[in-house]
Write a protein that binds this ligand. Sequence first.
Ligand SMILES: NC(=O)c1ccc[n+]([C@@H]2O[C@H](COP(=O)([O-])OP(=O)(O)OC[C@H]3O[C@@H](n4cnc5c(N)ncnc54)[C@H](O)[C@@H]3O)[C@@H](O)[C@H]2O)c1
Length: 342
Amino acid sequence: MSILKAAIIGGGHIADQNHLPALAKLSDRVKAISICSRDIHKAQALADKHGVPFAYDNPDAMYRSEGKPDIVVNCTANNLHYPFTMQALENGCHVFCEKPPAMHAHEAREMADLAKKKGLTLAYNFQRRHAPEYATLKNYHALGNLGEIYHIKATYLRRRGIPGWGNFTNKTIQGGGALIDLGVHILDLALGLTGYKQPTRIVANTYDFIGKTGGKGLKGAWNPATFEVEDACFAHLSFPGNVSIALSTSFALNMEQEETINLEVFGTKGGAKLFPLSVYTEIAGELADIRFPHLDDVDFQLQNTTAFLDLCDGKQANICDGEQGAILQSIVEQIYQSAANQ
Ligand SMILES: NC(=O)c1ccc[n+]([C@@H]2O[C@H](COP(=O)([O-])OP(=O)(O)OC[C@H]3O[C@@H](n4cnc5c(N)ncnc54)[C@H](O)[C@@H]3O)[C@@H](O)[C@H]2O)c1
């Protein structure tokens, strides 16, 4: 098997901490050859740190040079996922794009369509799919042990976790707040258990009281005067077949814990909680709680990058692909539309 050449576009935190280390661990399948960031000094410094041969300050130059890759890992801010992914696909590259897929539903749809038209792989980095709790729950469900899942409570809540750095409160760059940054992770997991379908109805509310008022922050201080996104979002999603998901997500909410992330799954034969994984069922006429105390630790990013490479090789893989990304982005947009109409 030939070794694929990869380029990173966007040389920030996720490139440095997640993608470049994962690519290095998979050196028998892929090699990072280029880093492209708008600041050439930053791109060069990151390239030097990770032993990457070429650095660029714009992708046009990269596609015209010896640093042209087979794969682009799009690690830019949310508003650049669409243009840089489309450009990479036009240049014949597979794309592994950071989450959220895009800013708007039509963009994620166009990205999926172009990848399909070009016969290229497009996938998104929702790496929590590889949490051992989630993989085990999916396997347990596939064996029929939960029966039909009819409701999921999906939560990703922070008490005072408005990020005080970066672009997280800038609507033009981020496209939204807690939902598009945090909620999408847990929504992806919930959709993965319910067949990744489009809902028939969505009712949602968003809030920005704490973000716009200011106060104590547990992830640095933020500026309420420039806070443009939602600090909390609550949505009820109704799917064909009387299936529903209740999604709650926040950067800031006056609640007990600093942060909670979980799925509570309710099925006809059993229910489950994801973190820590527990199953609630009935065995031999008695109610039973099942725990899974021996799950192995997993490198989520390594697993998701491996899944992406498998998809590029035409294999089945547990990853959010272009089609699922388009569904997820459409749901995000519908949630924001519903909230705007309240
Ligand atoms: N999957 C996850 O769990 C996870 C975690 C963190 C971040 N992310 C996502 O990763 C993306 C980047 O986040 P980050 O934390 O690394 O942000 P960051 O601000 O640290 O990095 C973004 C990088 O993009 C570069 N950039 C901006 N404009 C550019 C341009 N025109 N050309 C080339 N490069 C440009 C910036 O210079 C910066 O280096 C976001 O979409 C975010 O949602 C995902």
